[in-house]
Ligand binder design. Structure first.
Ligand SMILES: [Zn+2]
Ligand SMILES: [Zn+2]
Ligand SMILES: [Zn+2]
Length: 140
């Protein structure tokens, strides 16, 4: 009798044979079929959880799904997530700032100077300000 013969089960995602517990795919995971191994089940749970997770935009505080929020760019030196509107604004602001000296605010030409890390100055500098900073901060 074939009733008790155990057919090996394979995870529908990674195709590994499932030796331990077989997990069922949830109905809301569109297109995912059962059974799943524990790893893939966990992955899917996490994925789905992340997609429904609501977080706040760190600038304006609007609440939105994590999947609709943007990660700030690396050079903005920010933590957290931004809504699309704030992301766009920030990008604009950042691009604008990039064209002006971080100290005197004069428009930078083609040649611009990066402040040294320990000067703790954001943005780039014109030659005058850079020379000044160097004279002030880097004197022995
Ligand atoms: Zn799997
Ligand atoms: Zn926002
Ligand atoms: Zn300047």
């Amino acid at each position: 009798m074939g009733l008790f013969s155990r057919k090996p089960a394979y995870c529908t995602i990674c195709n590994k044979q499932i030796t331990a517990h077989k997990y069922k795919a949830k109905r809301e995971w569109y297109g995912v079929k059962s059974p799943l191994c524990s790893d893939c089940h966990l992955d899917k749970m996490q994925e789905h959880y992340d997609a429904t997770l609501i977080k706040k935009c760190m600038t304006c505080g609007v609440k939105s799904k994590v999947t609709d929020l943007w990660e700030p760019r690396l050079q903005w030196d920010m933590e957290g997530l931004l809504c699309k509107k704030c992301f766009d604004e920030k990008e604009l602001e950042f691009n604008k700032k990039r064209d002006f000296c971080g100290i005197c605010g004069n428009k930078l030409g083609f040649i611009r100077y990066n402040p040294k890390n320990h000067w703790k100055i954001k943005g780039q500098l014109c030659k005058n300000c850079w020379d000044e900073q160097k004279a002030q901060l880097d004197k022995k």
